[in-house]
Write a protein that binds this ligand. Sequence first.
Ligand code: ADP
Length: 471
Amino acid sequence: MEQYKMFINGEWTGEKLDTIEVKNPATGEVVATIPNGGSSEAKLAVDAAHAAFGDWSAYSVYERSELIRKWYDLINENMEDLAVAMTTEQGKPLKEATGEMSYANGFLSWYAEEGKRIYGETIPATQRNKRLFVSKQPVGVVAVITPWNFPAAMITRKVAPALAAGCTVVIKPAELTPITALKLAELSEQAGIPKGVINVVTGEAQEIGEAWLEDDRVRKFTFTGSTAVGKLLMKGSAETVKKISLELGGHAPVIVLADADLDKAVDGVISSKFRNAGQTCVCSNRVYVHESIYEQFIDRLIPKVKQLKVGNGLDEGTDIGPLINQSAVKKVQAHIDDAIKLGAKLETGGTSKELFVEPTVLSNINDNMLCMQEETFGPVMPISSFKTTEEAIQRANDSIYGLAAYVFTENISQGIRVVEALEYGIIGLNDGLPSTPQAPFGGFKQSGLGREGGHFGIEEFLEIKYISLGL
Ligand code: ADP
């Protein structure tokens, strides 16, 4: 069992503090401990990030890019070790952990280049003797709080654009999956990223969060996690008027229209639903299939779902790992039990053992069931039929969330009409896996604020400065 330390101002520290245990969800075994830091460590991290900001923001973007690129190369060289660490603390199958590492690293390579394209503008003036310019500058110290479902990607998706823009960061990874984050920080140190530019604090979430919210030197908060905590951070940011980006909950609908290619739809729904055992905010949560192909869709789906192998993510051939903890299993089981009580038919799955939940498909679904109202965050797929496209759109939009939605149809004109009517920030049209570093990720409604990824993502870390020059 390894004892990890925090990373503040280029030092590995926190060995005198109490510790928090990190467990492998597949075995229950304690695999590591981390220091249980609080407000003083949070403040020390801001001191370091604030002190480092002057130099780091003055580097040319080409110098910053080179260091980010070195970090990327080191992550590539250590991919296997990182993926094993991730599976061990998070549970996802090793092939998915490797996939996440490569997705996560994609943000570093992409933003190492995008930093070079932070362009300004000139604006025609009204008077002959004036010249108007716009330039962009880093916002300053950024606080980064991340969840346990993507221990690497949620960090790089925020930190890569922040660093490329010239910001310095203080990071609090999820207490359930801090090891991947600490290993990434180790590699950033080896890459030569200067001390204080990246700081990782582990420990009491609320205390650390509050210390950063109160600190006027923190100019931006970027958070991925639950809607409840996102709202707290949004309120807390008001005190010092921080910029804020939020990636919160989702409740993704899938609409399978009558003319969908059934194989494409079945495969798309399976990959979107069962990735990370259903624990992603863009996982499809409810499936609406046109009544004319409803039976056929289920018949093709079930044998494929039954083939999915549940087990320890480190074992060869595992498709679905354990859920993160007991309360996640309890919630998923409650959604299954509630649906069955209200008349759903259990097509496959339905049971759980320890933290492992069988991939579950439920039909005969109605919109009053919990699984159609709340984010399940587990391997449960409720399928309902619809008569008209308008009905499907209305039911899909009937949610406080608006993160991801999926549409399957071979009639692209019809598909585009549905896409335009959906109140969602990310749409997979005949695609179950739309996320990629160069595209914007983010939600409408209570799913969040701002966008990560692509050229949109770097804007979140930049201030606009307007300069009016009198000749
Ligand atoms: P999840 O349900 O995915 O665990 P949370 O929103 O609880 O979502 O957690 C996401 C991240 O937010 C984690 O790093 C967690 O430690 C952190 N967090 C939880 N509560 C707070 C809080 N009150 N202030 C700041 N961060 C918090």
